[in-house]
Ligand binder design. Structure first.
Ligand code: NAD
Length: 457
């Protein structure tokens, strides 16, 4: 789409927004219903596209993409009438007699930019929040998942008029053109460097942003844990979607004395899940493209204790575990975002925490432990977006939990009611009846400060 067309689309969306149609709760509920019907009618094509782009199994496509979106739709549609109602709050004595209310209002015309790793869910889950909050919406999916983008583009075009919700395909130049325009909120999911570009562009217009970024999410295993279950859950969380998950365990921190046993159990779990040759498993995905394939291969070095095999023609990299890794190694520089699991040893929990703190705040952190104290220390002493105790990834699938990062892993959050809040402005109103116009606040003030001290503070 040309820049001039983008400008025209946005001015049509502004006119539509100003018409007030999106303010009606019935309108919003009707759009959510239309969206669900459209997804249901194209579900087979969406699943097939996810298989083409990422080799996703039907199970992963449903549980981590389509099913999550259905769950969001159900929760948001059921609760929208309550969430959108003005909330009464109390009013201090000094302003009596008055009533105060908080009115969730649509922000206006919003932009949602998505990445390629969960190309459907990461575009449509925020879309649900944006619709629920009464906005007009421009969607920008990733150019790196072209099959899924094609189905999503057809779905949006069939379902909504462009002055209400439009999808713009394209890469850097289209996104750059979009970012030059003024939006009322930008919701971005993607990498840290592009997050900075988005925030810089938003600053020009003083547009608010939600940034859902990434980072190196540690997985801390305690010496006292159920090793067998720990290994299975780590393997599942790491190799789901071939490791291309923003909240995947990026690296393992393991006490020296249990490392050998844990590694043996990890190998066993990989074999149980994906067979002797994961390339033949229908449940193991592939890398998104050759650029990422080459980037990942360059990270495999040191003592490869599992996997390491690959096939460029199929974008296949085996589930790979590397032992004897040091914080200075290349694999520990940036988010891995692929099926490579480095293992680092620690002696005390303080040592493990010190290693985690050498990197910017991660999006997720996982701890596996039987000890309450270890669990509480991880939750309270480390700074990260969110995580699990004795599990991986699943906090993101719970629509009752806010999902978002802190610092370098992002700002703001969404899912369920948090999405509704993210795409709403909380407008505060105090209303005072005309009767009883108390003179306390009016000059001349004389000695009124004494009275003020009694009732304020
Ligand atoms: P990316 O930042 O390269 O791309 C994201 C979006 O930005 C795409 O739509 C792309 O077209 C656009 N874009 C790319 N370069 C741009 C530029 N120079 N100017 C303007 N727009 C540009 O990210 P990606 O490779 O698609 O996704 C992987 C990253 O996303 C990882 O870092 C991962 O951790 C992160 N991620 C975060 C979450 C989360 O929920 N926090 C979820 C998934 C992925």
């Amino acid at each position: 789409m040309q820049h001039a067309e983008i400008k025209q689309l946005l001015s049509r969306q502004r006119v539509f927004f100003q018409s007030g149609k999106t303010r009606s709760i019935d309108f919003r509920l009707a759009q959510l219903k239309k969206l669900r019907q459209a997804i249901e009618s194209l579900e087979g094509e969406i699943t097939a596209a996810l298989r083409r782009d990422l080799g996703k199994s039907d199970f992963e496509a449903y549980t981590s993409e389509v099913g999550i979106v259905y769950e969001e739709l159900s929760l948001v549609a059921a609760n929208l009438p309550t969430w959108s109602r003005p909330q009464h709050v109390s009013t201090p004595l000094a302003y009596q007699p008055s009533f105060s209310t908080v009115h969730p209002q649509p922000r206006g015309v919003v932009l949602i930019i998505a990445p390629w790793n969960y190309p459907f869910q990461l575009l449509f889950a925020p879309l649900i929040g944006a619709i629920a909050a009464g906005n007009c919406i421009v969607l920008k999916p990733s150019e790196l998942a072209p099959a899924t983008t094609a189905v999503m583009s057809k779905l949006i075009e069939r379902t909504f008029s462009p002055e209400y919700c439009a999808l713009i395909e394209g890469g850097v130049s289209e996104t750059t053109a979009l970012l030059e325009e003024q939006f009322d909120h930008i919701f971005f999911t993607g990498s840290i460097p592009v997050g900075k570009i988005v925030m810089r562009a938003a600053a020009e217009h003083l547009t608010s942003v939600t940034l859902e970024l990434g980072g190196k999410s540690p997985c801390i295993v305690d010496a006292d844990t159920n090793l067998k279950v720990t290994a299975r859950r780590i393997v599942w969380g790491k190799f789901f979607n071939c490791g291309q998950t923003c909240v995947a365990p990026d690296y393992l921190l393991v006490p020296r004395q249990i490392k050998r046993e844990l590694l043996a159990l990890i190998k066993q779990s990989v074999q149980e899940f994906y067979g002797a040759n994961p390339q033949e498993s229908p449940d193991y995905g592939h890398i998104i493209n050759e650029r990422h394939f080459d980037r990942l291969l360059a990270l495999i070095s040191g003592e490869v204790v599992l996997g390491g095999t690959h096939d460029r023609s199929k974008l296949y990299i085996a589930p790979t575990v590397i032992d004897q890794v040091k914080m200075e190694d290349k694999v520990m520089e940036d988010e891995i975002f692929g099926p490579i699991l480095p293992v680092l040893e620690y002696d005390t929990l303080d040592d493990a925490f010190a290693m985690v703190r050498q990197r910017p705040n991660p999006l997720a952190c996982y701890v596996f432990s039987n000890r309450r104290e270890t669990e509480e220390r991880v939750i309270n002493e480390l700074s990260f977006g969110g995580g699990c105790v004795n599990n991986a990834l699943i906090h993101v699938g719970n629509p009752h939990l806010p999902f978002g990062g802190i610092g370098a892993s992002g700002m703001g959050n969404y899912h369920g009611q948090y999405s509704f809040l993210t795409f709403s402005h909380q407008k505060s109103i105090t209303k005072t009846p005309f009767m009883l116009d108390l003179p306390l606040k009016y000059p001349p003030y004389k000695n009124k400060v004494k009275l003020a001290r009694k009732i304020i503070g």
